[in-house]
Write a protein that binds this ligand. Structure first.
Ligand code: NDP
Length: 249
C-alpha cells in the first residue's frame, strides 16, 4: 500500500497508460481521479477500477474548463498528492502534408494542455506532492513524419526539468516517464485490421533491443515509483521504459 491516503489525479485515465496507472494506484491504496473525453470509456474505466474513483469528462485543451474541474475535484476528494499529466495524442504526418490545424491540435493537446494541467492543479497540490509528465522516446529519436509530435515531447522533457526547479521550494517533485512504443489504443489509427496491428507491433518491437513493445502496466510501474515515497529525493529526471529502443545502436 505505497499510496495509502494519497489523492492522485490522472489525466487520460480512461485508456492505455493512464488506465493501467490508475489500476496500479488504486491497488496501492490511492484515491484516484481520472479524466478523459469519451464518456463511454470513462464509465467503463470507473467500473473496472471500482473503489473510490472519481471519473471526470473534460477536454484538456479547454484550459478554463480544466481549471474549474480540478478545483471542484479537489474540494470533493481533497488536495492532490500526485498528478500524472498523461493525456495525449499521437500523430505521424509527413512534413508536406501537415496542416496548420493538425499542428495546432497536437501542440494544444500534448504541450499546452500539459503545462496548464500542472498550472491548474498547482493551487490544489499538497506540499511534497509528486507531479509526473508523460514524455516519449520521440523527444530524442529521429523518425520520418513525427516532427510535430516529437516537438511536443521534446518540450515536455524540458518542462520536466524546469518545473522541478521551480516547484522544489514547496517540496514538489516533477519527473517524467518516457515510454517507447507501448501497446495501447493510440496505435489503432495506424492499423485497420488485426493482421495489420500484429505487423505494426512486430515492427515497433523490433526497433528495441529487447525486441518487443512495452505493455502499459510497465509504464505504470515506473509512474508508481515516481509517485511514491520510494523516490522521495528524486526530481527533474525521466525514467525511460522502451526495451532499449533509445540505447540500441
Ligand atoms: P491512449 O490513446 O490509450 O490514451 C490517450 C488518453 O489521452 C485518452 O484517455 C484520451 O482520452 C486522452 N486525451 C487525448 N486528448 C485529450 C484531450 N484533448 N483532453 C483530454 N484528454 C485527452 O494512448 P496512450 O495511453 O498510449 O497515451 C498516453 C500518453 O503516453 C500520451 O501522452 C502519449 O503521447 C504517451 N506515449 C505513448 C506511447 C505509446 O506507444 N503508446 C509512446 C510514448 C508516449 P479520450 O480517449 O477520452 O479522448
Amino acid at each position: 500500500m505505497r499510496l495509502k491516503n494519497k489523492v492522485a489525479l490522472i489525466t487520460g485515465g480512461n485508456s492505455g497508460i493512464g488506465l493501467a496507472t490508475a489500476k496500479v494506484f488504486v491497488a496501492e491504496g490511492a484515491k484516484v481521479i481520472i479524466t478523459g473525453r469519451n464518456p463511454e470509456t470513462l464509465a467503463a474505466a470507473k467500473k473496472a477500477l471500482g473503489g473510490d474513483v472519481l471519473a471526470l469528462k473534460i477536454d484538456l485543451t479547454d484550459v478554463a474548463a480544466a481549471e474549474k474541474v480540478f478545483a471542484e475535484a479537489a474540494s470533493d476528494v481533497g488536495k492532490f498528492d500526485i498528478v500524472f499529466a498523461n493525456a495525449g495524442i499521437g500523430g505521424a504526418t509527413p512534413l508536406g502534408q501537415t496542416s496548420l490545424e493538425q499542428f495546432e491540435r497536437i501542440i494544444n493537446t500534448n504541450l499546452t494542455s500539459v503545462f496548464f494541467t500542472v498550472q491548474s492543479a498547482l493551487p490544489h497540490l499538497n506540499d511534497g506532492a509528486s507531479v509526473i509528465l508523460n514524455g516519449s522516446v520521440h523527444a530524442v529519436l529521429g523518425a520520418p513524419g513525427w516532427s510535430a509530435y516529437a516537438a511536443t515531447k521534446g518540450a515536455v522533457r524540458s518542462m520536466t526539468r524546469n518545473l522541478a526547479s521551480e516547484l522544489a521550494p514547496r517540496g514538489i517533485r516533477v519527473n517524467q516517464v518516457t515510454p517507447g512504443g507501448t501497446r495501447t489504443p493510440i496505435w489503432s489509427p495506424y492499423a485497420q485490421t488485426e493482421d495489420a496491428m500484429t505487423a505494426l507491433e512486430e515492427k515497433l518491437g523490433s526497433m528495441s533491443a529487447l525486441g518487443r513493445m512495452s505493455e502499459a502496466d510497465e509504464i505504470a510501474k515506473a509512474a508508481l515509483y515516481l509517485a511514491s515515497d520510494d523516490s522521495s529525493n528524486v526530481t527533474g529526471i525521466e525514467i525511460t521504459v522502451d526495451g532499449g529502443m533509445t540505447s540500441a545502436p
